[in-house]
Every structure is written in structure tokens, then in C-alpha cells.
Design a protein around this ligand. Sequence first.
Ligand SMILES: Cc1ncc(COP(=O)(O)O)c(C=O)c1O
Length: 495
Amino acid sequence: MFTSRHCYLSAKLATVSRNSSLKVNFGRASISASLPRTPLRRSMASTTLQNHASLVEFGQKHVTHGLGRSVEAVMTKGEGSYVFLGDGRRLLDFSAGIGVTNLGHCHPKVSGAAAAQCMNIVHAQCSIAFAEPYLHLIEKLLPMMPDPSLDSFFFWNSGSEAIEAAIKMARVITGKQNIIAMQGGYHGRTFGAMAVTKSKTVYSEGFHPLMPGVYTLPYPYWHHHALPPSTSVDELTKLSLHQLSLLLAQQTAPRDTAAILIEPVMGEGGYIPAPPAFLKGVREICDKEGILLIIDEVQSGFGRTGKNFAIEHSGVRPDIMTIAKGLANGFPLSGVVSKKEYTDKLKPGSMGGTYAGNAVACAAACAVADVFREEKILDNVNARSEELFTALNALRTNPATKEAILDVRGKGLMVAVEFASPKGTGPYDPFTKPNVPEKLASKIAKRCQEKGLLILTTSVYEVIRFIPPLNISKEELAEGTKIFAEAVEEVVKGI
Ligand SMILES: Cc1ncc(COP(=O)(O)O)c(C=O)c1O
């Protein structure tokens, strides 16, 4: 049950005593660990960067220009559904660190498990020996898998690395090279992942040549077929499956095609759930042609869409599945899962990485899996999702805002509002509305921030995405949707 506060806030938070011991209490369980006798926080006086403004200025000067930022501030603390900034602001966090802190910031069970593991062994290198939390994590994940065939795991650090591993595996398992990726798909910024990322050119602009052998299929998203938002999912499914048949007939023959890579809910590309019939159709083609289906659950996994994994909404079996983000609630951990029969084809040493499957991150992920069960997170996602959709759909009937909204879509707590645009993506975009203000999504996100809500835009369209923590309370969700509705109305009216 979720009350007005996270249930864990009633638990005693981590307390670090002066005599250097750390104790974390949550419910009946408790974790204690000894800490070395070193100052816990380096005094700000030991650096010249004494105030928030000078820290921000320092960051702007010395942190690479290649990083974008939504807030020009320092995030100093995270607690449950809120983040605190060095300038004194407290923001309700509907970004969850881009879909990562699914159990809120610093969930005491997760942070506690990591702290305890830190005092045991931090770096139990995976090519040297097994690590206990690594194995315990597999034990906890096995019953959560969308198909029992998914029984062989490799953990890495980031989602991009999991994609790299999935591509390598698909090539070795099939002995084929080409990968079909979705238009609008996002899979990361490393070289292999960048080659299959098709959501924005900024991710590959200037970095060519990319990994060869990648072909792109229009996703069943109305924009990709130049059809109106009201187009039925059946129609979109047929069009995308038709394009897949053409791709295999005209560009990459099945005998050269190793895998088809799909996000079951497209993330960066605009928060678009793949219709189950589309996923089933792709599965059938994969089975017929000996092509592997790679399902990227990096953003949509771990309860985000109301089931453990978004692919479960379709009942389709992945051959390879990538996971990350919510897996460890903020500790860097990703994974690639497949079946043993396939992964037995990999030569020992062909997979690995110095920090791959770090023991502290695995211990945190074990705690995440426990909390999911104990706190009935999926029930909360489904209840809050209904409230979120009700609030957002109200904007579609509100005379002050309805003209500006093209679409409200998503699953669970992976939800988006797409706004209209006067120019769209170019002169041939058939869905422009000359009377609405330009850049609505970024203006609304900025207005939300001014009002205390951290929320992100996404895609090349005017889209705002809702990715709140999965254990967000009813009151917090209502607070966020109220701010959002006010911001939309103000920006649309041009106040
Ligand atoms: C679906 C999907 N795949 C892969 C990635 C890449 O993950 P990372 O940023 O951890 O490399 C992301 C990141 O947003 C993602 O959303």
C-alpha cells in the first residue's frame, strides 16, 4: 500500500555515526557495516568552489561540451520522488534519471545493500571468479524472465554495452552479419549501439563511418508512415510488416540477416508502444527465416510498463534481451540474457569487461528485485498509470489546450504527450498546425521546472515523456500532473 509518502520514508534512513559505523534500518531488516575512519564528506572549504554558482560555472568550463543538460545546476541530493539542487530548489522528479531510479532516489534497502556489499568486496572481477551477488541476482531474475528459455546471463555496466554484446552474440550465434533496427530506435552511443540508433542524427553526426550492415525499418508509428495520429494500430502494423518483407526482399536477404532489434515501447523515439500484432508478426518472420529477435528492455523493463518486461504485453519470446536502467536503481549495471544453447556458442573470453557485473551494483539489483515483490510495485504502476492517463486525456478535452495536443500514449508509467508544431520536421511534414506556438515541448518542460517539476522531452517531435518513479504516491503524481496541466495551459496561451 502506498500512502502520501513513500512507505520507506517511514523507515529509519541510513545514519552514519561519528564513530564510523553505518547502520541502515528498513522495516524489520537491518544492515550494519563498519566504515573506515575518514571524513565522510570532503569539506567544501578544501576547494575554492564554495558556492553553487561557482560550481556551475566550473562545470560549464571544464565538463565536455559534448554533454547536454536539462538543468544548469548541481544535483546535491535525491530522496524518494524528489531531487534537491545546490541553489536550494526541490524538484518533483518525473525523469527518474531517465528511467533509472524506479524505486525513487536512495531507496534505503537498495542503498543499504550496496553499502553492505562495499564492506565485503567491491571488485570481484568476473573473468577471475564468480561473485556471490552476481549469482544471487541471476537466481532472482530467472523467475522474472518473460520466457523460461532466457536462462543465460552476462552483466555489463551500461545499456549501450548490453547492446554491443547483443549484436556480437547475434553474429556469432547465427554466423550472419546484418542487423535490422527500427527508425526512431535508440540503443546508445558506443560504436555498435550508435549504428543501430535511429532516433536523432545528433548521436552519429560527424562520427561516420558507422558499423556497417545495419538496415532500418519504419516503426509502427503514424509519423513514420506519414499518416494521421488517429490511424489504427492494425493499419500501422500491416504497413510496418509489409516494409519488413520488402526490406528482406530488396536490401538484406534473410541469409545475411542476423537479427531484428526492437524496443517493445520505443523510448527516445517518442514513447510509442509496439502493437502486439506487430511484435508477433516480426517473431513469425524471424522463426521462418532463421533471424534472431533482440528485444531491448533497457528503458521499458523492470516494471516500467506495468509488467516486469514490456514484451510480456505481447506474449512474444525474445531470443536475446537487453536490460539496464531500473535493474539496479542507479548503480551502473546492464545485462544481456539469452538461452544457454545459444550462449554456449560463445568462446570463453569473447565476452567480458573489467568492471562488468560489479558486485556492489549486483547487490543493489538483488535488493531492487526484493523490493519489487515486497512493495507490490507493479500494482502501484497500474494504479498510478490510470490516474496519469486520466489527467493527460483531460488536456485533450480542455478547450484551452486540446488544439495543441496530437497524441497521449504509452504503457504503465512510460507515457508521453505529443504536442503539435507549426513547422513539424520540415516542409513536407503533413501534420503541422500553423496556429500553435513553436517548440511547445521544451517550453512546457522549462515552465514545469520553474514550477517545481523535473520532466523531460524526447524525440525529434514535440514530445514530453513521463517516467516518474514506479513507487510514486497518488499525491505526488497528482502534484506533478497539476503542475504539468498548468504549464501546458500557460505556454499554449502564451502567458
Ligand atoms: C532502449 C535503450 N537502449 C539502450 C540505451 C543505452 O543505455 P545507456 O545510456 O546506459 O548506454 C538506452 C538509454 O537511454 C535506451 O533507452
